[in-house]
Design a protein around this ligand. Structure first.
Ligand SMILES: [Fe+2]
Ligand SMILES: [Fe+2]
Length: 172
């Protein structure tokens, strides 16, 4: 299976999040502010990409709707935790507390996806489609770099479940 299979790409971005949250600890001032801003935007791009390309297909499987509801609930929790960071002065104690809270909810969510959601998804969606979804994942990231065009608002479970995921590679 290639590196561009969608769950490999999701996992690779999870690793980026783990590294980038840890890297904040070594920064301060404008560098810290810029790094957090970039990380916050990336979290949103990641969540919406999953809501469009991963969860609608997971929802079609046995127990999938429940798992999708959990995933979307987590995404909204991460959105709120990340937005709360912006209420504090960058680098202040309450700012760090808010960053750590966002880091924790995101870490718990990523672990659940990797452990509980990837296996049934890989079981249900064949290799070719997962490759095609990987291409769409990359295209989505290009199109929405730094969360361009994304509202940052809560996702609705019913909307995610009803999302039509296009089949096939977007480049052909
Ligand atoms: Fe997620
Ligand atoms: Fe994820």
């Amino acid at each position: 299976m290639s590196d561009f299979e969608i769950t490999a790409l999701v996992l690779a971005e999870h690793e980026v999040f783990r590294r980038e949250f840890a890297a904040l600890d070594d920064l301060s001032g404008p560098e810290l502010a810029a790094a957090w801003e970039a990380l916050h935007a990336r979290l949103e791009v990641h969540a919406v990409a999953e809501e469009q390309l991963f969860y609608p297909l997971l929802a079609q499987e046995a127990d999938g709707e429940e798992e999708t509801a959990e995933g979307v609930h987590d995404h909204n929790e991460i959105r709120h935790a990340a937005a709360a960071v912006g209420e504090h002065e960058v680098g202040s104690e309450p700012w760090w507390e808010a960053v750590h809270a966002a880091r924790q909810v995101n870490a718990d969510h990523m672990a659940e996806e990797e452990t509980d959601f990837f296996p049934p998804f890989r079981e249900a969606v064949d290799d070719g489609q997962r490759e095609a979804l990987g291409m769409r994942w990359l295209a989505f990231h290009d199109e929405h770099e730094r969360a361009r065009g994304l509202s940052g608002e809560d996702a609705e479970v019913a909307e995610v479940v009803a999302t039509d995921v296009p089949a096939g590679d977007p480049s052909v």
